[in-house]
Design a protein around this ligand. Structure first.
Ligand code: MTE
Ligand code: HPA
Ligand code: MOS
Length: 767
């Protein structure tokens, strides 16, 4: 089934926040944000701004009717700065004006006097000053210190990864409309309608039942709107609450880039020990997470880094410690993979380091250490593994020996161009790591004309979850999908939702929808059984017709619906689902946090231009564990999109803050994301299809985040190509691998190597 949004998307008819027709009297908001990363706010002068034409009011922390606090996990984040500023981009004031232009013009008239304080942007420096968001955590299995003594080979190193802009096509925004009796309806571009409702409740002081949050769809979230949509919705709602006029704020791209948090950069140390057969016996890592100025979701992201720092390998002795470090940058937040990719980059760097030193391809180490069913993760869960199946099938289907031979022959025949190849196996845990978030609800109504409406807590952000919800209802009722509508996500229909995140949205909301539909179906079957004089267990609905076991009757879905209603039997149900059998004990750092894991293997080929440092991705070949995919088209879209987003993070997307904490890569001219010219020339995708029982909806495994991590393979393929040109170089593990870094690695890093290579190039040129 095609994504149900594809028609309206292609025709430009899909409605996003900025497409909602505005009511007369709507005010436009614009934010005055801190130009200084850390300082004491001595004076804030909004008087000039207030005098500007069209300006109705300027809000600061003094206007807050509830509490000045929007922190989710830890209450450490004021909505408006009060006496101190903690990052460039922190809101100080909000102008409300009759037009967007007037609001933005007035913002420029606001003056802040700020006494600068020392700025920290580096997580290791923050840790040295004990600037931590939460105490460090350590995951442990076996005894790594003792085990290193038994290793034939021990290597140490360091790796760094940069952040990443979410760059959703639709920027952050909200539209708050006052209703009667003090209520407010808020349209928000958020992954977490309940989080928005809660933040507004805190800031305005209104009870949650006074606040309706409604979301039709997002033009992308990628984690950036899991928590950070709250700010803009709270600002608009506060404005609407105070003025009793509708308030709209839709961020300009540069405001969005400047004021919102991103993926977390990490800087990590590692130590890896192997036996003579390349089995990884011991692994240690200390990871420093750059959290930014407030907690936001950083503690949860840090936890997932620990969960995934052994990726898809069984390692019997592990000690992994992570620090969440407070710096003077915008609070970093959820981003597809949620700390998992950063954890995987550490172990993959350690393996690459060992491979460099031992003179073997990294895949020989990777392959020998893949998880087998029953192996235990450092966090205590035993795995139901598809790692070896995916790896073997990838090598077979994409003919790894032939790919290797192709690369070898190319490299033997070329001086200025070199190819590299790398394998990236992945393993990603599905469930919110915070067990209590693994619940969802669905409200299903069957109308008397036989049409159906489904409302859930799921937010459609391009990932196709609405299509999957519709498929669940269509499959349970066995009716034409055209009869079913998926409603907007609304806090009055579905309460206390978890955000659409953790790749678990379709599982959680799909199972709740399944439960609701099954309950209605059971009641309808009882009515049909009464009508036909048989037992309910003998009633089936197939393609809209009622069957008595295998015999088709004259009773159609439409008639059965009417009859059910006429017998005063409910055609509505509210289904609730919570993931069974998951738990985690933080005092022991052990448990069973994930419902299941998703596996896969990618093989990446790249070609580096060794004169220019530029490169092309020749192909990425992916073997992905989908379980029994309920929508292979949508899943393919998620895999291709995730891959390219991961490639961007690992290769070209480079966030630059200066020492004063100012974002330099603050526009699309200075921050490069993959475009059609930089994507892989070929993406081959093959599913590992399994019929095994698993807790996913219709055994169709979650797909949103895991494929991003295939992109890590490109980093290591580039590194391998560089070493084909200049074997003396051991490039630092410092992502992204931009063309500039490739060039420096090709020539400059190792003393003497540059001269040797120049000599070589001169000699080749002379010939
Ligand atoms: N795909 C699109 N097109 N747009 C998005 O914003 N977000 C990703 C992923 N795929 C995203 C996307 C992230 S971060 C997550 S957690 C999942 O989708 C969320 O949706 P799911 O739980 O339904 O997979
Ligand atoms: N993934 C994504 N979002 C989350 C998680 C998680 O594990 N926990 C809390 N928010
Ligand atoms: Mo996704 S980072 O869990 O929104």
């Amino acid at each position: 089934m095609k994504n149900i949004d594809s028609f309206s998307h292609t025709r430009g008819e899909s409605v996003y926040l900025d497409d909602i027709p505005l009511l007369r009297g709507t005010l436009f908001a614009a934010c005055y944000d801190s130009p200084v990363a850390h300082g004491k706010l001595l004076h804030l002068d909004t008087s000039e701004a207030e005098k500007q034409k069209g300006v109705i009011r300027v809000l600061t922390h003094r206007d807050i009717t509830g509490i000045n606090q929007i922190g989710g996990i830890i209450p450490d984040e004021p909505l408006f700065a009060d006496d101190h500023v903690h990052f460039c981009g922190m809101p100080l004031a909000l102008v409300l004006a009759e037009t967007d232009e007037a609001a933005r013009h007035a913002v420029k008239k606001i003056k802040a006097e700020i006494e600068p304080l020392p700025v920290i942007t580096d997580p290791r420096v923050a840790a040295a000053h004990n600037e931590l968001i939460i105490p460090p955590r350590t995951f442990r299995i076996g005894d790594s210190a003792a085990a290193f003594g038994q290793c034939a080979h021990v290597f140490e190193g360091r790796c760094d990864n940069n952040g990443q802009e979410h760059l959703y096509i639709e920027t952050q925004g909200a539209y708050a409309v006052p209703q009667e009796q003090g209520m407010i309806r808020v349209y928000s571009s958020t992954q977490g309608p309940t989080a928005v409702q809660r933040a507004i409740s805190k800031v305005t002081g209104l009870p949650m039942h006074q606040i309706e949050v409604d979301v039709t769809r997002l033009g992308g979230g990628f984690g950036g709107k899991e928590d950070q949509a709250n700010t803009w919705a709270a600002l608009c709602a506060l404005g609407a609450h105070l003025t009793r006029r509708p308030v709209k704020y839709s961020l300009h791209r540069m405001e969005d880039m400047r004021m919102t948090g991103k993926r977390h950069p990490y800087s990590s140390d590692f130590k890896i020990g192997l036996d003579k057969d390349l089995k990884i016996i011991a692994f240690e890592t200390t990871a420093y997470q750059n959290a930014g100025a407030a907690a936001d979701l950083s503690p949860a992201v840090m936890e997932r880094t620990l969960f995934h720092c052994t990726n898809t390998y069984y390692i019997p002795n592990v000690t992994a410690t992570a620090f969440s470090c407070r710096t003077h940058l915008p609070p970093n937040t959820a981003f597809r993979g949620f700390g998992g990719p950063q954890g995987m980059f550490i172990i993959e760097s350690a393996i690459a380091r060992a491979a460099d030193e031992l003179g073997v391809p990294a895949w020989e180490i990777q392959q020998r250490n893949l998880l087998k069913t029953g192996d235990e993760f450092p966090y205590g869960q035993k795995v139901d593994s598809e790692a070896i199946e995916c790896w073997d099938k990838a090598f077979r289907e994409f003919d790894m020996p032939a790919l290797q031979e192709k690369v070898r022959a190319f490299n033997a025949g070329h001086t200025y161009h070199k190819k590299g190849i790398a394998v990236m196996p992945i393993c990603f845990g599905i469930s919110f790591t915070n067990t209590l978030m693994n619940q969802a609800r669905s409200l299903v109504h069957v109308y008397t004309d036989g049409s159906v409406v489904v409302s859930t807590g799921a937010v459609e952000m391009g990932q196709g979850v609405n299509t999957k919800m519709l498929q669940v209802a269509a499959r349970v009722f066995s009716i034409d999908p055209a009869r079913i509508r998926v409603n907007s996500t609304n806090t009055y229909r579905i309460a206390n939702t978890s955000p659409s995140a953790a790749s678990a949205t379709a599982d959680l909301n799909g199972k709740a929808t399944y439960i609701a539909c099954m309950a209605i179906l059971e009641r309808m079957k009882a009515v049909a059984a009464g009508l036909l004089g048989v037992q309910p267990a003998d009633i089936f609905i197939r393609d809209e017709w009622v069957y008595i076991r295998d015999t088709k009757t004259e009773l159609h879905w439409n008639q059965l619906v009417i009859t059910t209603h006429n017998q005063r039997v409910s055609l509505s149900e509210h289904g609730h689902y919570s993931t069974p059998d998951i738990y985690f004990d933080k005092t022991k750092e052990k448990g069973h946090p994930f419902a299941y894991h998703v596996f896969g293997t990618s093989i990446t080929e790249v070609t580096v231009d060794c004169i220019r440092g530029t490169y092309e991705i020749d192909g990425v070949h992916i073997l992905h564990d989908a379980g029994s995919s309920m929508n292979p088209l949508i899943d393919r879209g998620q895999i291709e999109g995730g891959l390219v987003q991961g490639i961007g993070w690992m290769t070209m997307e480079e966030i630059v803050y200066d020492a004063q904490g100012k974002l330099r890569s603050n526009a699309l001219s200075t921050y490069k994301v993959p475009d059609i010219y930089s994507v892989p020339k070929v993406i081959n995708l093959s599913f590992l299809h399994t019929e095994k029982d698993n807790p996913a909806i219709f055994r169709s495994k979650a797909v949103g985040e895991p494929p991003l991590m295939y992109g890590i393979g490109v980093y290591f393929a580039l590194r391998n190509a560089i070493r084909q040109f200049n074997p003396a170089v051991k490039p630092a593990f410092d992502a992204p691998m931009t063309p500039e870094k490739v060039l420096m690695n090709l020539y400059g890093k190792i003393p003497g190597a540059a001269a040797a290579v120049t000599d070589r190039l001169t000699a080749v040129a002379a010939n």
